[in-house]
Design a protein around this ligand. Structure first.
Ligand SMILES: [Zn+2]
Length: 257
C-alpha cells in the first residue's frame, strides 16, 4: 500500500464513486427480486409512489436531510439504503487503498461491489439473481484477461469451473440443499480470482456456514430443514479468499513445512 499515491482528493473522488455505485446497488436490491427493470423508470417511494427528485437521490445526504422519511408521505425509509451506500463505498475505497488504480484494484472493487446486493437479496428473498452473477462471471473473466492476459484468463476459467462444479456436486448430493444461485456465485468468485484463492474462499465459506448452522441448530432456533441462505457465507469467504487467500494458504502450508 503506497500512502504517497493516496492523496485525499483522490480518496474523496473514489469514495463518491463508491457512494453512487452503492445507490445503484440499492436499485438492484429492490428491483431485481421483483423482476423490474433496473434502468427505468425513476425511483419512487415504495409507500406512496412519489417520484424521487434528484435532491432525494443523493447517497447518504438525502437520507440525513429527509430525516429518514419520504418527503411526500413521511413514511420511514429503510436503514438499508444508507447502509448499502456506505458499505459499497467502503468496498471501493478499500480496493483503491490496497491495489491503487490498477486492474487488480478494478477486479477487487468490482467483485466486492457485486457481493453487496447478493448478500442483501439472498438474506431477504433467498435467491441470488442470475442478473448479477452471469454478468459478474463475464466481467471477472474480462478483468482476469486484462490483468494477466491469456494465462490469467485460463486460471480464472479453471477457478470458476472448479468452484461451480464443486457446488453443483454438493447440490446433487444434498438433493437441493444448495441452490443454482450458489453455484453461479461460486463460479463468479472463481472468475474474479484464481484456483488457490477460490480454494481458500470456498473452504472459509463452508467453515463459516457450517459453524453458524451448527450454532443455530444447537440453540434450537432453526430446525434441520429450515435452510439458512448460503450466499452471505460465500460472499464473506469469497471476499477474504480474494483479498488474503494467497497469504492464508502460504501460512497454512508453512505449518507443515
Ligand atoms: Zn412516500
Amino acid at each position: 500500500m503506497e500512502f504517497a499515491s493516496t492523496w485525499p482528493a483522490a480518496l474523496v473522488v473514489v469514495g463518491a464513486v463508491g457512494l453512487v455505485v452503492g445507490s445503484f446497488n440499492n436499485v438492484l436490491i429492490y428491483r431485481l427480486p421483483r423482476g423490474e427493470s433496473v434502468v427505468w423508470p425513476r425511483s419512487r417511494c415504495p409507500a406512496c409512489g412519489h417520484k424521487l427528485g434528484w435532491w432525494e437521490n443523493i447517497p447518504l445526504l438525502s437520507f440525513a436531510i429527509l430525516g429518514g422519511r419520504c418527503s411526500s408521505c413521511r413514511a420511514r425509509i429503510s436503514w438499508r439504503y444508507p447502509l448499502v451506500e456506505a458499505v459499497t463505498a467502503v468496498c471501493v475505497v478499500y480496493a483503491y487503498l490496497r491495489h491503487g488504480l490498477t486492474w487488480e484494484g478494478a477486479a477487487s472493487a468490482a467483485f466486492s461491489v457485486l457481493l453487496v446486493p447478493v448478500v442483501f437479496i439472498d438474506l431477504e428473498h433467498r435467491i441470488i439473481p442470475d442478473r448479477i452473477t452471469l454478468p459478474g462471471i463475464a466481467l471477472g473473466l474480462a478483468l482476469a484477461f486484462a490483468r494477466g492476459g491469456a494465462p490469467g484468463l485460463w486460471l480464472a476459467l479453471l477457478a470458476g469451473l472448479g468452484a461451480g462444479t464443486f457446488f453443483l456436486a454438493v447440490a446433487i448430493l444434498s438433493k437441493g440443499g444448495m441452490g443454482g444461485g450458489d453455484i453461479k456465485l461460486a463460479a463468479m468468485m472463481g472468475a474474479f480470482t484464481d484456483p488457490p484463492r477460490v480454494l481458500v474462499g470456498v473452504f472459509l465459506a463452508i467453515l463459516a456456514g457450517g459453524l453458524v448452522g451448527l450454532a443455530a441448530l444447537a440453540s434450537g432456533r432453526k430446525r434441520r430443514k429450515d435452510a439458512i441462505p448460503f450466499g452471505p457465507f460465500l460472499a464473506l469467504g469469497g471476499f477474504v479468499g480474494a483479498e488474503w487467500g494467497r497469504d492464508l494458504l502460504a501460512w497454512y502450508l508453512a505449518l507443515f513445512a
